[in-house]
Design a protein around this ligand. Structure first.
Ligand SMILES: Nc1ncnc2c1ncn2[C@@H]1O[C@H](COP(=O)(O)OP(=O)(O)OP(=O)(O)O)[C@@H](O)[C@H]1O
Length: 251
């Protein structure tokens, strides 16, 4: 069943006074329970695409449907609500530095007013255990967590809303390799145990291919190739996809 449909999504920005398309005619669908990677070199339009889907930015053209409901065109954020959550490269930016870790996690759902404070606290504490955060950290401030712990807290903050779609925008890029693997393991568990649908945005094609069911390769604002991860990795059809693979392999 289709969870997300994106049709001809386009966003233009001004560079040196001239409008250029950062995202151009992007179309794809995401099935329930599926994980789709969006990969491509820096500046190819991955984050802008994700931000439009999460309603953090408004599109210039095109349509977005979430559970068959059109969410583009209207007010930002409101139409999708808690059903769609996003985690970012710098998780500390999602938190108010004055909040304790548990308050920060609870804030994820507090805005929607669907749970009592008691329910929120119970849910937050369950999530500490699920994402692998020590419960004794609950009264710490976010800046007192390591990068990996902070990303676990950001995942808990997203999960407290019980979203149907999780958008991960370079969510492991700022972490060292070992911690990156731990966060990927946590996301894998989310997929397997909760059947979470995900959009996984990264510049790392092999990582996306290992983690996602399908990958879409973006170049200069367009999707130039989309297909089953193994297929794109084994038989990249476009020169730009081959370059992306070589770039990672030669690091
Ligand atoms: N708010 C903005 N104003 C002007 N230009 C922007 C804005 N946001 C993004 N851009 C430009 O749009 C293009 C696409 O940016 P975007 O951040 O979507 O790329 P990306 O693929 O996510 O890159 P990265 O991997 O480096 O984050 C880039 O040329 C960027 O400079």
């Amino acid at each position: 069943m289709e969870l997300l449909k994106v049709e001809n999504l386009t966003k233009k920005f001004k560079k040196k006074g001239i409008l250029f398309p950062a995202v151009s005619q992007v179309s794809f669908t995401l099935e329930k329970g599926e994980c789709l990677g969006i990969v491509g070199e820096s500046g190819c339009g991955k984050s802008t695409t994700a931000n439009m889907i999460a309603r953090l930015q408004k599109e210039d053209e095109g349509e977005i449907y979430f559970e068959d409901r059109k969410i583009s065109g209207g007010m930002l954020l409101k139409p999708v609500g808690k059903g769609l959550q996003m985690i970012f490269q710098n998780p500390q930016d999602s938190f108010d530095p004055r909040d304790s870790v548990i308050e920060g996690i609870m804030q994820g759902a507090a805005a929607y007013g669907i749970y009592s404070r008691k329910e929120l606290t119970e849910k937050a504490l369950e999530l500490f255990s699920y994402v692998g955060l020590k419960e004794e950290y609950q009264n710490r401030k976010i800046r007192q967590l390591s990068g990996g712990e902070c990303q676990r807290a950001a995942i808990a903050r997203a999960l407290i809303c019980e979203p149907k779609l999780l958008i991960c925008d370079e969510a492991t890029s700022a972490l060292d390799v070992l911690v990156q693997a731990q966060i990927i393991d946590l996301l894998k568990r989310l997929k397997e145990e909760k059947g979470m649908s995900m959009l996984f945005i990264t510049h790392d094609l092999p990582l996306a291919a290992a983690f996602c069911d399908r990958v879409a390769v973006m170049h200069q604002g367009r999707i130039i190739e989309i297909g089953a991860s193994r297929e794109v990795l084994k038989n990249p059809r476009q020169e730009e996809t081959q370059k992306l693979l070589q770039a990672v392999l030669t690091i």
